[in-house]
Design a protein around this ligand. Sequence first.
Ligand code: ADP
Length: 520
Amino acid sequence: MLEMLRKINMSRAVRTMQELFPEEYDFYPRSWILPEEYQLFATQIRLIKEKDAAVNPTFIVKPDGGSQGDGIYLIRDPADLKLVVGSQAKQAVVQEYIPKPLLIDKLKFDIRLYVLIKSLEPLEIYIAKEGLTRFCTEPYQEPSQKNLTHVFMHLTNYSLNVHSGNFVHSDSQNTGSKRTLSSVLYRLAAKGVDIKRVWSDIIALVIKTVIAVVPELKVYHQADIPPGKPGPTCFQILGFDILLMKNLKPVLLEVNSNPSMRIEHEQEVAPGVFEFVPSPVDEEVKVGVIRDTLRLMDPFHKKPVTSSQDKSREDIQMDGDPDSRSPDENQPSLCLKQVYPKYTKQFNHLRLVERIASLFIRFLGVKGNMRLGPTAFRTFIRTCKLSSSNFTMASVDILYIDITRRWAAAAADSREAGMGLQAFVEAFFYLAGRRFRSLSLRGQVVSLLELCEAQLGPQSEDRRSLSCGRAPQPRAVKTQTPCLTYSQLASPAPQRRAASQDNRPLQTLKPRTLRASVEN
Ligand code: ADP
């Protein structure tokens, strides 16, 4: 999970989903991966500024392995990027900065929401009904060259703001620099905000994000726990960091794989004397998350009846929902609320990459393997009958080498040779484009999946019905995504992907995300 949710990996996973479902995945800010997409970033920004001199967007730069705001800075000019540390190129994500967040008491804040992944197969997701909000400690102003370095104004991290002289530790849940999410929502409701809508948008963001990362998680998972063998029961509590824009649209900032579960904070009780004192707000939120998680994961616990598709609703409900099942039938529903499979019907069509991952895993073969070798790739092509006189096995080999080499260059730290899932997804998109030129990218991918799954027979069908359901019928759209040629393939894959973000005007950005650890 830690690997998967690193900022670069997460950006890539969401970007793949943005290619397939641009409208559904508009909750993640446009992002570029450094250093490999530096040129692309610089060119795109130059073009935007040339087109309209009045536009002067701001960007936030986040180091790949960073957390708690460490190493984060804002820029307005690509020339201000710090690309190298010592002699090493710095791996980072540069992301469109959301200039107009929702403010409370003139302060920027973000939401920390706890999400339990109870199971990967079948996918089960629970969201904590109560969360935290973390406030900045300096009144917000839209970014300008003068205020770019004001971290207490722009970054909501607790770990940073706690050191500003203005941080307020409060025993009350609705004042201070850390408050409960419900207190903020009630306050918004009092101002006439439709908080049910906000909450259902947040649930949708969480489910979609999990759907984006599940395919690769399954690859990691099968490497440790091969299919057919009963694995250990595992689960993960994730910390989602979400920003509300002024127009109330939630934006995903990142996902932390190891969120802090501390319920106390350090306080200077006498000059120079520090003690840990209870933090009622943290306690209010986190104790419920842990308690419900333990109840749900208890191996002796009677398994609750899982929601089936026919119970899912058209609308995502907020609270008081009769379908909302308690983790323990004898206990009131305290905190964690199941959202998947409950809302399967609304989101199952998004699980396309997971079906590609099922194919990938099927051809991986050897236990513990996470990458496809050239022979396995050939076997995939042959078994699914994807070669022809126009696309010979020699072309298949060239495709394999080309894509694998570029992805190896992009992931400089990778020691394993072969084709990883993200590279395989790229190859799959390419093959789909060749075969079904007249369809949209999504239509191409759905069609190729159906073709492959039909060739592979019942095992694949079973897997699909178990975990993925059926995707919607492809819509015939005139070459919206042109079929790639080999020369296009020769441009770095990640660049092509970033380039596919081009069509969106910068300011309408509807964010997309990522990870962390410890107290944020
Ligand atoms: P870290 O893992 O270091 O905490 P985050 O991605 O959470 O990194 O970013 C740190 C803080 O920066 C966030 O809590 C948020 O306040 C602010 N932030 C991050 N991304 C954006 C963005 N795209 N637009 C506006 N603010 C952002």
